[in-house]
Each structure stands twice: as structure tokens, then as C-alpha cells.
Design a protein around this ligand. Structure first.
Ligand SMILES: [Ca+2]
Ligand SMILES: [Ca+2]
Ligand SMILES: [Ca+2]
Length: 461
């Protein structure tokens, strides 16, 4: 049966434990040897024969190479991980209780066995009696290595190998460990989204995966890690819990976590639903158990060229995540989505009952995310925005279905505007200028109100 394509992208693994691959200079030199000898081919096609060409390999590299060819023969292609910290087909890392490093080598068989569909394999070499010896060899899913990383999930070091299939949006991952001389695969799964961090606060990382389930015809969120081994069960690495996601979760963008208490978290999963349409799913995670809090369409947002991409985030730094939802501004309700200006409301999950949400702020967010304008309560329902030239927005009174008096103008500009009346707003890095109307309006801002309404988003980095 053909698997439905799931257009999710592969996130980058975030290795937390430093290891070292073979020295970069050696690796690069090998690459250039391959590139030259295989005119027109990429170095990914390099074969083992090239490894013995000058320049000289270090003693350790030569030994690893010799032990490897002794085990797998010379007719295999070395596979270079495409991204991440380890870009060499040879990765050195201490994976077990014995203090010296082991070597992992990725390669592809030229004539795969019937059982191994892609022929993508991994060989583990260890030192025995002062010499490198191949001790284990296993098949890997996929046809190319995307990323290699090392984590301690609670029971020693595991290596995570992420691999990809040609023409498929989902990747595969394989979690392996090496102990008492044995390489074991602990877990294998396809995934469209992955994040790795300590989701339940027990001091060890977990894998958070979203993968497409063809039988359910929807995506499923899974928490994978080391079980606690309470209730007399043996601690083991594997699936801790999972939750089906609504059908309109097409592409997961990011995961944000909010702490509720000891071992109790909310997970906010921002996702696209298709063109210009986005949303957030909220999962509770209590003691490793995932549960979908289904807020239906309450957390929906649109996008167009008038609004930046918005994500769930703790915008006011109080530890509670705010979820952006959009509504057409006053006067834009009847227009098409590309023409609309949006109000952005920020929702929070209620603290006393996590099955309900409340709107915390009503805002306008500038197109380049330079500022957030918190619409004062007394303006709500009366004032809308008008997009003008020169990155300027007017906040105007909306009266009798038409734009009336300008309450405030805000401009984003690299240089001070030449026209009269503009004042720089915010700190030295701010590119925001404001202009207040002359005269006394009942709706006009006081200086204090302005200060609490117009927030300059700090530059990242
Ligand atoms: Ca070791
Ligand atoms: Ca954990
Ligand atoms: Ca907050």
C-alpha cells in the first residue's frame, strides 16, 4: 500500500554530548581525493579504495580502515552524514562502560542482500588486544544518513542515526546502544517532526516525535524514552505514550513547553494546515502520558504578506505560553485573506482548568515583527489599522464603516523620517518612530498608555 506523503521536514538533532569525529583536515583531504578521483561525482559516492590513497591516514584511521575492510570488503560506499556535528563516515565516541572510544562507520553495500532493502549499514569497531576489530554490523533504515547524535536517555549513551528515503518527506530514526560488546537497536521509527529534550523534567532527555500513521490517516505524537521502571517493571527504552493529532495537522513547525508543576507540562505544537492556514495543538504531558487537549478551531490563524509568521511563545515572560490567533481587523472582514489586516489575540490555557482557554491580549503585530502594539481595552471595537506607504501603519477610529481620525502613526525605518512630527520610540536599536495627532481627542493616548501599549521586540543575537 502506498504511504500517503506527509510534507513534514526533518528538524536538526541537537547533540548534547560532545564527541569527536576524525580530525577535520584528514576528512577534508579525503573528500578532495574522492572528488578528484571521481570526476563529476559527489564525494558521497566515494568508495573504500580511495581511502588508501595519499595523503597518509593517521595510525588509528588506517587501523580502523583495515579492520573495516577486513570485515565488509572493499566494495562498499562510505556514507557521509549530511548535517549535524558528525560529518565523517567514521565517528569516534565512547559508548560503553570501558573508557576508550569506539568507532562507528556508515556505509552502503554495493549489492545489497535481499533482506536489506537499501543496503545502508553501520559497523561498530572496538579495540581488542590493542587493535581495532569490527565487533558488530547492522542495517539501517533509509538510503542516506541525515544526522548522527549521541544522548544519554538514562541508561548510558545511545546513538541516534537519522536517515532519509529518496522522494519521501518523512525520515527514519534508529536508536542504538553498545554495551558488553553488543550493539543493539532499541527503537526505530519514521518521523516528520522530532525534538529532543527533557520533556518530563526527570533529568534525562526524551524524544518527541510526530509521525504519519497511514492506518489512522493522521499524524500521531509520540514520547519515546527510558521508562522509569516503577511498579516493579524493568526499565527499558521505548514508546512511553502517544496521542493522535487532528487530521488538519499537516506540517509541524515547532514545539514549545510550559511547566505546570512537578512532572506536569503543556506542550504547544504549532503547525500548518495547508496554504496560509496555521494552528496550535496543545498536549498535556503528565508523568510521561501524552493527552491531546482538543480546542477545535479556537487556536487558528491565517497568514498573508501583512503579518509575520507567528508561533506560540511566552511573549510576556511570565512562564505561561501565549498562543497567537488571528481575526480580521475592523473593516477588513469582507476582504479576501491576502488583502486583510489582522488583529492578533494571544490565548492562554487556563491554569485551574486546562480544558479551557482565555484571551490575554489583543494586539497588532508589525509585518517584520519589529513591534507588538497591545490594543488598549478602550480602543477595542472602535479602532482599526490602515497600512500606509513607507512601512507606516495608522491606528484609526473606525466609524460608520469608514476610516476616520488617526489616533497614532507608527513607522519602521532605518533612518529618521524627514517629515515633521516623527519621534524615535524605544531604545537605541529600535527602528520604530511614532507620530501622535495634534489636539485633544477623547481616544488619544497618554504617554503612560503609549509606553504600556507599544512594545519593541528585541533583536535576536
Ligand atoms: Ca568505550
Ligand atoms: Ca526526561
Ligand atoms: Ca506568558
Amino acid at each position: 500500500m502506498k504511504t500517503k506523503k506527509n510534507p513534514m521536514k526533518c528538524p536538526k538533532c541537537r547533540p548534547i554530548i560532545k564527541a569527536r569525529s576524525l580530525p577535520r583536515i584528514a576528512a577534508l583531504t579525503l573528500l578532495s581525493v574522492f572528488a578528484m578521483s571521481l570526476c563529476g561525482c559527489t564525494f558521497f559516492d566515494a568508495s573504500l579504495e580511495g581511502m588508501l590513497s595519499p595523503p597518509k591516514l593517521t595510525k588509528a584511521q588506517t587501523e580502523i580502515y583495515n579492520a573495516l575492510t577486513l570485515s565488509i570488503g572493499e566494495q562498499s560506499e562510505l556514507i557521509y552524514p549530511k548535517s549535524g556535528e558528525y560529518r565523517s563516515p567514521f565517528v569516534l565516541f565512547d559508548m560503553d562502560d570501558e573508557i576508550t572510544e569506539e568507532a562507528i562507520v556508515f556505509y552502503r553495500e554495493k549489492s545489497p542482500n535481499a533482506g536489506a532493502v537499501s543496503g545502508l549499514r553501520m559497523n561498530l569497531l572496538d579495540r581488542k588486544g590493542g587493535h581495532w576489530v569490527s565487533v558488530s554490523d547492522c542495517s539501517l533504515p533509509g538510503t542516506d544518513i541525515e544526522n548522527v547524535s549521541f544522548y544519554n536517555f538514562g541508561e548510558g549513551i545511545n546513538v541516534i542515526v537519522c536517515s532519509s528515503f529518496p522522494g519521501q518527506s518523512e525520515n527514519a530514526l534508529s536508536v542504538l546502544n553498545y554495551s558488553v560488546g553488543r550493539l543493539r537497536e532499541l527503537y526505530r521509527s519514521n518521523y516528520g517532526f522530532m525534538d529532543i529534550y527533557d520533556i518530563n523534567d526527570d533529568g534525562y532527555d526524551e524524544l518527541f516525535l510526530v509521525s504519519y500513521d497511514p492506518a489512522m490517516e493522521s499524524n500521531v505524537a509520540s514520547l519515546v524514552g527510558q521508562s522509569r521502571g516503577d511498579r516493579g517493571e524493568e526499565s527499558r527504552f521505548g514508546l512511553l505514550s502517544s496521542a493522535s493529532l487532528p487530521e488538519d495537522v499537516v506540517f509541524v513547525q515547532r514545539l514549545t513547553r510550559q511547566r505546570l508543576g512537578e512532572g506536569r507540562f503543556l506542550l504547544f505544537l504549532d503547525h500548518s494546515k495547508g496554504e496560509n492556514s496555521y494552528g496550535t495543538q496543545v498536549l498535556s504531558c503528565f508523568s510521561d502520558a501524552l493527552f491531546l487537549l482538543d480546542f477545535g478551531e479556537a487556536m487558528a490563524r491565517r497568514s498573508n504578506s501583512n503579518i509575520p509568521m507567528l508561533y506560540s511563545t511566552d511573549i510576556d515572560g511570565d512562564g505561561v505560553v501565549e498562543v497567537p490567533v488571528t481575526y480580521p481587523m475592523l473593516g477588513y472582514e469582507g476582504l479576501t485573506v491576502p488583502e486583510q489586516m489582522f488583529r492578533v489575540d494571544w490565548l492562554v490555557v487556563n491554569n485551574d482548568s486546562i480544558f479551557s482557554v482565555a484571551s490575554k491580549y489583543s494586539t497588532y503585530v508589525s509585518i517584520g515583527y519589529e513591534y507588538i502594539f497591545y490594543i488598549p481595552v478602550r480602543w477595542q471595537g472602535f479602532v482599526t489599522v490602515q497600512k500606509m506607504e513607507n512601512n507606516t501603519v495608522n491606528f484609526v477610529l473606525y466609524d460608520n464603516n469608514s476610516f476616520a481620525d488617526i489616533m497614532l502613526s507608527v513607522r519602521v525605518s532605518e533612518t529618521p523620517p524627514e517629515e515633521e512630527g516623527w519621534e524615535h520610540y524605544g531604545d537605541g536599536d529600535s527602528k520604530v518612530y511614532i507620530k501622535s495627532p495634534k489636539g485633544d481627542f477623547p481616544m488619544a493616548f497618554t504617554a503612560d498608555e503609549l509606553k504600556s501599549s507599544l512594545y519593541i521586540v528585541p533583536k535576536k543575537g
